[in-house]
Write a protein that binds this ligand. Structure first.
Ligand SMILES: *Cc1c(COP(=O)(O)O)cnc(C)c1O
Length: 377
């Protein structure tokens, strides 16, 4: 059996090695490292894949969120609602821009934004909602769009984890995750479902005016060279990352299917075990399994975590601390009663190895090791 990785970047590289090596060499030969034609080429290919009018590449997924919020002209003191159970980047940029983060609880089944909690959190100062499509499936966008419409709010999708997932509207219409709200963002961090070989990110929108504004913000607020109309940032996707992404994009749907196949294997293996709840997929979305996350019931989660590590099975706790309890984001506005689900999830979730190169003997070894530990208790 091959050594098990949490994310197997090498196996994926082997399959596209000649194309990647050759196109990286071309960038070096052309010495067009920043804003070379390769960045435009990836941008167009990604727009076509997503079916969105505008992709604005940038330096990473955190910048993408920040630039999206700058582009919407949110002002200090505006309240921005997001979830308590996500990676800190989402709330970090809200705080950094001196907006007021308002954290809400998630649903136990989907790990995504709870719509009742969202509605309760709205005040006259609320300006935007940031749903996170956590672990690879979409939040309930139709409900979120309805709330946004009623209260005249922007919707910014943090789609760092669900690139390639489809949202299925109640009339059957499908749209790619990250292209549904006013603006969406994603990350090309190496371990994300579409990862480059360094940092990278992108912003997606169908709004022409907003796209124009965002293209200036990523480039020092310039719309004409050396004329700075707004305060901007320096956030670029470099040409080497763009060629890696262009090589991988044609495989993205295959990558999603490989992840789904691994998830199905896990689901089947754990189906009879009362102490394990396997991930569910909401009816309005496909799942691209950025993470495969179990909920444990009556099992010492941390002991299982240590046991798996001792058996050379990498695994991780996403996420161990609710954002409202993090030192940087604590606030006496928050009441523990408002985070019942997140407070529980941080105690009982564990994520197993999930990537496109998992082999049957590895999956068998992982599931057997988990089940042996649990049934021996
Ligand atoms: C990874 C991630 C980000 C940040 O992306 P970077 O490219 O690492 O800056 C933001 N939000 C979520 C939910 C993420 O998983």
């Amino acid at each position: 059996m091959k050594k098990i990785q949490m994310v197997d970047l090498k196996g994926q590289y082997q399959q596209i090695k000649s194309q990647v090596d050759q196109s990286i060499q071309e960038v070096i030969d052309q010495t067009a490292f920043i804003n070379g034609p390769q960045v435009k080429a990836f941008q167009s290919a990604f727009e076509s894949y997503l079916g969105v009018k505008h992709v604005i590449p940038c330096a990473n997924g955190t910048d993408a969120l920040q630039i999206a919020m700058m582009g919407l002209k949110l002002s200090p003191g505006d309240e921005v609602i997001t979830v308590d159970f996500t990676f800190a980047a989402t709330v970090e940029v809200i705080a950094l821009l001196k907006l007021t983060p308002v954290l809400v609880d998630v649903e136990e089944d989907s790990f995504n934004m709870n719509i009742e909690s969202l509605k309760k959190a709205i005040t006259p100062k609320t300006k935007a909602i940031v749903p996170v499509h956590l672990f690879g499936q979409c939040a309930n966008m139709e409900a979120i769009l309805a709330v946004a419409k009623e209260h005249d709010l922007y919707v910014i999708e943090d789609n760092a984890q669900a690139i390639g997932a489809d949202y299925i509207f109640s009339d059957g219409k499908k749209q790619k995750a990250g292209t549904i709200g006013n603006v969406g963002t994603t990350s090309f961090f190496p371990s994300k479902n579409l990862g480059c070989y360094g940092d990278g990110g992108a912003i997606m929108t169908n709004d022409d005016d907003l796209a124009h504004t965002l293209r200036g913000i990523v480039n020092h607020g310039m719309y004409e060279r050396y004329y700075h109309d707004v305060v901007g940032v320096n956030s670029r996707l470099d040409s080497i990352q763009a060629v890696v992404l262009s090589a991988k994009l044609p495989y993205l749907d295959r990558y999603c299917n490989a992840r789904r196949a691994a998830a199905e294997f896990y689901n089947a293996a754990f189906a009879g075990c009362d102490q394990i709840t396997t991930p569910t997929t909401s009816e309005f979305t496909t799942h691209v399994f950025h993470q495969y996350t179990l909920k444990l019931n009556g099992v010492d989660r941390n002991a299982l975590h240590q046991h798996l590590l001792s058996k050379d099975i990498p695994c991780a706790i996403y996420y161990p601390v609710p954002l409202h309890s993090q030192k940087a984001y604590r606030d006496n506005r928050y009441k523990e009663d408002d985070f019942v689900v997140t407070n529980k999830l941080v105690q009982n979730v564990i994520s197993l190895p999930m990537h496109t190169e998992l082999e049957k003997d590895q999956l068998e070894y992982i599931t057997q090791t988990v089940l042996n530990f649990i049934t021996k208790l």
